[in-house]
Design a protein around this ligand. Sequence first.
Ligand SMILES: *[C@@H]1O[C@H](CO)[C@@H](O)[C@H](O)[C@H]1NC(C)=O
Ligand SMILES: *[C@@H]1O[C@H](CO)[C@@H](O)[C@H](O)[C@H]1NC(C)=O
Length: 190
Amino acid sequence: MKFTSVLALSLASVAYADFSVLFKTQAGDFTVEVHEDWAPIGAARFKQLIEDKFFDNSAFFRYVPNFVVQWGIAAEPSVNNKYGNITDDPINPKVSNIAGTMAYAMDEDPNTRTTQVYVNFANNSRLDPKGFTPFAMVTSGLDVLQNKVYSGYGQDPDQDKIYAEGEAYLKREFPLLTHITSATFVHPNC
Ligand SMILES: *[C@@H]1O[C@H](CO)[C@@H](O)[C@H](O)[C@H]1NC(C)=O
Ligand SMILES: *[C@@H]1O[C@H](CO)[C@@H](O)[C@H](O)[C@H]1NC(C)=O
């Protein structure tokens, strides 16, 4: 009996390696639940980014109504250089880019995921076969992303300029952008 419960516990810890992250932003808070089994490589990179406080003080620089909100270029340009591209996760038929799911932005070419992520506002399942495999799901505060994050600049902020100049560029030309204050692991027992 005792042996069985120990075994069950260790199996459970392998099967449920999910973790949650609380994003505090200037517009309110939201929480995402990361599913390592959906996209293990993407999930591992995300864990590293949270440990490194990568997202702190960075901006939601792309907002496309009824499509996505996107972020994940570091506030300080030199920080981005520490993160190389990650290998693509396999397309996972069990997950789809439905509203509230989160995946990495990338180029058309393989293995071009880095640190930029987006959250889907609608059923964007047409992205699934292109390899945008979701690794997380918003579990609270989707309304903050959809309706409270500043959306007025749309897709105007130039990503190359954000990489080159960071906050200096955004503060100068897009002063109203919403920023992330912190992104931290949610520990279930505290
Ligand atoms: C890494 O990804 C970026 C886009 O996310 C791309 O511009 C760049 O060419 C990629 N680098 C390599 C070595 O594939
Ligand atoms: C999303 O759209 C696809 C394609 O139209 C459809 O097959 C799927 O059932 C939709 N999923 C949800 C959750 O609405």
